[in-house]
Design a protein. Sequence first.
Length: 129
Amino acid sequence: MARRKTRTLTEVELEFMQVVWQLGECGTEDVRGVLRAQSRYLSDGSVRKVLSILMEKGYLTRRQEGRGFLYKPTVGQRKANRSLVSDLLKRAFGGSAALMVASLLDASTVNEDELDEIKRLIAEREDQE
């Protein structure tokens, strides 16, 4: 069965976007270099294909530079993260933020500093309402 197409980022697309967010405007060789440093060895064609998909999804734009292209993010990391969380919330937790947070707290080791930060964020949100 074919994979459904989604506007949210796949694991590989997110990996590429993290590189582009880190570098800003960059070419395929720049992306390959960062991935290679992370022990991810991909062909130029594979890198170009993923960048093309990210353009189709609206996450990147490109401009001609010499014989190649330079890619630039059109979506900020924070906005993309919100989209990923929203998609996970809908698909895995039926839209229930409480279930999602409970699952996060059950499944991971949340240290005291993180727990304090979560409490602070909740209090801040309550003050806004």
